[in-house]
Design a protein around this ligand. Structure first.
Ligand SMILES: Cc1cc2nc3c(=O)[nH]c(=O)nc-3n(C[C@H](O)[C@H](O)[C@H](O)COP(=O)(O)OP(=O)(O)OC[C@H]3O[C@@H](n4cnc5c(N)ncnc54)[C@H](O)[C@@H]3O)c2cc1C
Length: 563
């Protein structure tokens, strides 16, 4: 009986936290299985209030560490202050058939501790485009199906932003936005005057700019704009599972979290035609344990959810759970983050700004909306902003203390503008992940092989962004223009998606409109693995909305004894 629950959630990150919250609130005894260690809000944020000089290596890692961890140290925001929330390369190997930088954070809270917190809604254009322009299958849902769930999530986690009335990036339930600075206002006005249909707005960010009662009830407070978010925030100023959904679920008395529990596979019961439970390996003792439940939510993050399902083999499903057609593990996609641009701008030297701001501005996608207006498909969001450099950099051999040093550091220099793209990529059967036939990890689980790359469409999109960003920067009055194509491998974009896609037709997809497996109805996959296409918005808030929607549906089916 100890191993029997109403529901099991695999993974405690952004989507798993939401599954736990909704299922526990509906009264289901819920077990959350997490492969990593426990991380408690505030107590387990060792660097949250440290000063730069408190760090042994002033925020960097040692040369030896970089050599041993060439992959994970590439992650945005990685450093001495955040290292404990990322994996180490050698501990969690995988096989790169093509280069793929898989960025992971294995602990209670997952990547919710270290995410960037950008939270735009998908537009209906993004749901419709793959079918309309012939680069993907039809989504089984549209914007109207998720709009109220976006609201549900936004109100609880707290998302700040403006109502901007842009079709390509719908408005939501926002807390007050952070301000634009004077150059960003100039950028906004320039686009409005010279680039009809292009809108620069303040980003939508999961920060409590003005907490409401529901946030105070979570024990969270106002964002202090410290911009030290990835260390864990003692104020709960940004959304993480650790500060929000998991403690909320715990308060119901229905939650059990089991850290150090790597899920090996889902157990399928031939007689009932349903999953009966989950096989776990204790990462410390290597003991195998089976937990049973009537509902299983798979939220291990996109590629790990693929791995678990591929490894869930039975007589009925020899190629992985629900995989009658070899679609599982295919159509993996990601966001194209390769290109950026920027320049200097004159005329605002008598203006400055006060303090830090945890958000960025966004130029909403303007490509391929009502019709295909380029030689590629899909769109791109641009993240952008303006800031002031220091007037002069202090050379490393000059004294690093004293009045002169302080004076040189505090003199403001040029205003500068930066931009970078977040582009949609096409889901293709050839972009896939699968299990290694001969290599396993420390717990005997097959390693994942990543076979994912860019295509011609991605190259064309990069060219378009580079041309258009130069035009916009020139029109804004920028000089000293620069641009780059980093050619970075997929993965570093940290928005991997697909492999277990939703769809109307069970012959070409694995999940229905409620993220329920077509072939195994009590298993729900609601993290990035479920994505039919990538859109161009930051995806995590959609995973949260889909998770909340699916969990409420599952709880209702549970109560009606359908599941
Ligand atoms: C630096 C960075 C910046 C980002 N910025 C943004 C942003 O601005 N906006 C945005 O939308 N997204 C952003 N993301 C992406 C975002 O973090 C992910 O989309 C999100 O965390 C996915 O949620 P998840 O629940 O699927 O996975 P995770 O949050 O990764 O949680 C998955 C959990 O499952 C656990 N797990 C994995 N395998 C197993 C197993 N076999 N058994 C048991 N447990 C397992 C993991 O340990 C982990 O705790 C960013 C990511 C990074 C790294």
């Amino acid at each position: 009986m100890e191993n029997q629950f109403d529901a099991i959630v695999i993974g405690s990150g952004i989507s798993g936290g939401w599954a736990a919250k909704e299922l526990c609130e509906k009264g289901l005894k819920t077990l959350v299985l997490e492969r990593g260690r426990d991380v408690r809000h505030i107590k387990d944020y060792p660097t949250m209030t440290m000063n730069p000089w408190d760090f042994e290596h002033r925020g960097r890692m040692t040369k030896a560490f970089y050599q041993e961890n060439p992959l994970i140290t590439k992650a945005s925001g990685y450093g001495e202050d955040t290292t404990h929330f990322f994996i180490k390369d050698a501990d969690h190997p995988y096989v790169q058939e093509k280069p793929f930088d898989w960025i992971r954070g294995y602990q209670v809270g997952g990547k919710s501790l270290i995410w960037g917190r950008a939270c735009q809604r998908w537009s209906d254009y993004e749901f419709k485009a793959p079918k309309k322009y012939g680069y993907g299958i039809e989504w089984p849902i549209g914007y109207d199906d998720v709009a109220s769930w976006y609201s549900h999530v936004e109100k609880f986690i707290g998302v700040c932003g403006n109502d901007d009335g842009i079709e390509a990036m719908p408005d939501g339930e926002f807390l007050p936005p952070f301000e634009l600075n004077c150059v960003e206002e100039h950028m906004q006005a320039t686009l409005k005057e010279h680039f009809p249909g292009r809108h620069l707005v303040q980003g939508r960010w999961a920060h409590l700019s003005e907490p409401e009662q529901v946030h105070l009830d979570q024990g969270r407070g106002k964002c202090q704009c410290r911009n030290l978010c990835m260390r864990g925030c003692p104020f709960g100023g940004y959304f993480s599972s650790n500060s929000s959904t998991l403690p909320w679920a715990e308060k119901t008395g229905n939650l059990t979290i089991r850290p150090f529990s790597v899920v090996h596979s889902i157990v399928y019961d031939e007689a009932s035609g349903k999953a009966s439970g989950v096989k776990v390996i204790d990462t410390n003792t290597k003991e195998e344990i089976v937990y049973n439940a009537r509902i299983i939510f798979v939220n291990a993050s996109a590629l790990n959810s693929n791995l678990i399902l591929l490894n869930s083999k039975s007589e009925r499903f020899p190629n992985g759970l629900g995989n009658d057609h070899d679609v599982l593990g295919r159509y993996v996609s990601f966001h194209n983050y390769r290109a950026g641009a920027g320049g200097a701008i004159k005329g605002f030297e008598d203006h400055y700004y006060y303090g830090s701001r945890p958000s960025e501005c966004i130029i909403a996608n303007y490509r391929n909306l009502k019709e295909q207006d380029t030689d590629f498909v899909g769109g791109y969001t641009i993240f952008t902003g303006a800031y002031r450099n220091r007037a002069e950099e202090v050379p490393e051999d000059a004294p690093q203390l004293g009045a002169d040093f302080k004076h040189r550091l505090s003199k403001p220099g040029d205003w500068r503008i930066y931009m970078y793209m977040q582009g949609e990529t096409i889901p293709k059967p050839s972009n896939r992940v699968y299990l290694s036939e001969d290599k396993t990890d420390d717990w005997g689980i097959p390693l994942l092989v990543t076979d994912v790359g860019y295509d011609e469409n991605d190259e064309k999109m990069v060219v378009d962004f580079l041309e258009e960003s130069q035009k916009m920067l020139e029109q804004m009055g920028c000089t000293d223009l620069y641009s780059y194509d980093s050619k970075q491998a997929p993965g570093l974009d940290i928005h991997e998606m697909g492999g277990v896609r939703m769809g109307k037709d069970p012959k070409t997809s694995l999940l229905n409109e409620f993220n329920q497996m077509h072939q195994c109805k009590n298993v729900f996959v609601t993290d990035g693995a479920c994505m039919t296409s990538t859109g161009n918005q930051s995806p995590s808030i959609l995973y949260m909305a889909l998770t909340a929607r699916a969990a409420n549906y599952a709880a209702e089916q549970f109560k009606n004894n359908v599941l």
